[in-house]
Design a protein around this ligand. Sequence first.
Ligand SMILES: Nc1ncnc2c1ncn2[C@@H]1O[C@H](COP(=O)(O)OP(=O)(O)O)[C@@H](O)[C@H]1O
Ligand SMILES: [Mg+2]
Length: 245
Amino acid sequence: MSIVEVRELTKIYGTGETAVTALDHVSLSVEAGEFVAVMGPSGCGKSTLLNLIGGLDTPTSGAVLIDGTDISGMKDDDLTMLRRRRIGFVFQFFNLIPVLDATENAALPLTLDGKGGEASARALDWLGKVGLADRARNRPDQLSGGQQQRVAMARALVTDPALVLADEPTGNLDSHSAEEISQLLRQASDEWGRAIVMVTHDPKVAMHAQRIVLMRDGAIVDDVKVGGKGGQTAIRAAMEKAGLL
Ligand SMILES: Nc1ncnc2c1ncn2[C@@H]1O[C@H](COP(=O)(O)OP(=O)(O)O)[C@@H](O)[C@H]1O
Ligand SMILES: [Mg+2]
């Protein structure tokens, strides 16, 4: 069974003359452990797609299934629970809580879920896995951008989610930190078995994924597997076609 199944998803913002069709009958499946990069010009609907998959926004029509469950039919409380337990989120600007240290930030999804007892130990474990064991007591303002994003990765992974959604996770990082975060995302897929859906505009970051989905004007225009013979050429051709190179 697919972790994510998106069926004929449409999102229209506003009504009448000012209506904007952000997504136009998009369909997509993501399997367990698969690492997918979503690329496309600014405004083509990438964030809208990610927000709908994550249950952060509701579609105009169409369906999103997570682990086979249609989330549009879920009650708010159940959706909140599913988001907290099955999905990890990583954002461009980290979204850490300034007054909490790295451990408390990484532990947050567990603390909010009433699992305070095991939260610290599990957060520390994940901070170790992302290479930040020595920063456990630092607050965000005492960490570099790359380190803050690694705390956000630990927070996204601490619940052992099936799916990690990352919207331009390297968009605010220097190239060295961007490479580190890309490798961690790849590890989350390869080693820890998480499905990853990542939006990026950086081809170097996208090359860490196993599959690249290209969007334009609210639609998927191409879907290419990375790796294997001719993979790089196929990606370049697809990116050129989508107006990304
Ligand atoms: N809350 C909103 N209200 C109105 N229009 C929106 C809203 N969010 C996004 N849009 C519009 O929907 C389209 C897709 O936006 P978005 O998904 O953010 O694109 P991307 O992430 O690819 O840059 C754009 O035309 C954008 O202006
Ligand atoms: Mg966006």
